[in-house]
Write a protein that binds this ligand. Structure first.
Ligand SMILES: Nc1ncnc2c1ncn2[C@@H]1O[C@H](COP(=O)(O)OP(=O)(O)OP(=O)(O)O)[C@@H](O)[C@H]1O
Ligand SMILES: [Mg+2]
Length: 316
């Protein structure tokens, strides 16, 4: 199975109303709620692709229960660990008149050291059955800054490849432990490396410890730097829709490709088609398989290796 870790799970609440009146009362005409957090999105996509996936992380309080109820209703395997604090909520206020969205993000619970050590024990148990582990998203308060470094090191010491999708200090702390793959977006890459050239940035993250780096460049697709070579993969055009969670679909496709041991050009092709299909779908963590399969033959992969111009025929 693939283990998907979400340390800062959330209940994602969406309010639909015509238009927000500041300093007034606003009647919400539709409310939607579901379990969120980046690792949970990754697990939804992997499960839809037919991969046995287990969700772990931390959840507490009534909102933690709401997360678990939704995971069960979605048929997802839930190994979240209970904590004292309340799982955070994110509130998206969507104005149907013009489609504008305003987000309110709660800080989430503070985790105690005792809870963190209990989680580490649970994580080690789950690793024994895992073919790969995905570590996604922000860290809740109270965790040591090198939390991802520790989770990557525990996985690597058991020969479980770790994929890390994090930002800022959490990303930096994870790098030195040698993750199999990191997946920054363009902004995260530029912030972590102080360069706006994605190839130079990706190479800098490899030099800092990541075995492979796949940078996601929004509608520009993906740029991969790996021990086997470097490639750029592009969608056929810019898809119109909701880009939130497109990066989580990239991570899901790359995790699937890693456990299936497909070639890099093939992995990148699937990641670009799946993430574009996710943009076309209304909710993060969902996609229409018909869009995914229609887009697959339209993805273009180009090798950036000076010695190997035939991108698609490169060995993995
Ligand atoms: N408008 C779009 N049209 C086609 N493909 C897109 C579009 N936006 C994103 N993608 C695809 O999704 C991938 C991930 O997008 P992006 O770089 O925005 O990730 P992200 O910022 O990590 O997203 P998130 O963290 O919200 O999941 C891109 O590399 C690209 O392949
Ligand atoms: Mg992202």
């Amino acid at each position: 199975m693939i283990l998907a870790v979400t340390l800062n799970a959330a209940v994602d609440v969406t309010y639909h109303l015509d238009q927000v009146h500041r300093h007034g009362s606003n009647r919400v005409h539709e409310v939607a709620q579901r379990a969120g957090g980046k690792g949970i999105n990754v697990a939804r996509v992997l499960t839809a692709l037919g991969h046995d996936t287990v969700i772990t992380g931390l959840a507490g309080g009534a909102s933690g229960e709401a997360v678990r109820t939704d995971l069960a209703a979605s048929g997802l395997r839930d190994e979240l660990m209970a904590i004292e604090g309340q799982t955070r909520r994110t509130i998206a206020v969507v104005e149907d008149q013009d489609g504008d969205t305003t987000m309110y993000l709660e800080p989430g619970p503070a985790i105690t050291l005792a809870e963190w050590s209990r989680f580490l024990a649970r994580y080690e148990e789950l690793l024994s059955d895992a073919a790969a582990v995905v570590l996604s998203g922000s860290l809740p308060l109270g965790l040591p800054q090198n939390a991802y470094g520790l989770l990557v090191a525990l996985a690597t010491s058991r020969r479980v490849p770790a994929i890390l999708d994090a930002d800022g200090d959490a990303l930096r702390a994870g790098l030195s432990a040698g993750p199999a793959l990191v997946k920054p977006n363009a902004h995260e890459l530029a912030t972590a490396t102080a360069t706006v050239d994605p190839l130079a940035g990706a190479q800098a993250l490899r030099a800092a410890g990541a075995h492979a780096v796949v940078a996601s460049l929004g509608p520009g697709g993906l740029l991969a730097t790996t021990p086997e070579g470097s490639w750029q993969a592009r969608p056929p055009g810019k898809a119109r829709g909701n880009p939130t969670g497109a990066g989580d679909s990239v991570v899901a496709a790359l995790a699937a490709g890693l456990v299936e041991a497909t070639s890099w050009p093939e992995r990148l092709t699937h990641a670009v088609a799946l993430s574009a299909a996710t943009v076309l779908a209304p909710l993060a963590g969902s996609f229409d398989p018909a869009d995914y399969h229609r887009l697959l033959p339209l993805v273009r992969v180009e090798s950036l290796n000076p010695t190997s111009p035939q991108g698609e025929s490169c060995p993995s």
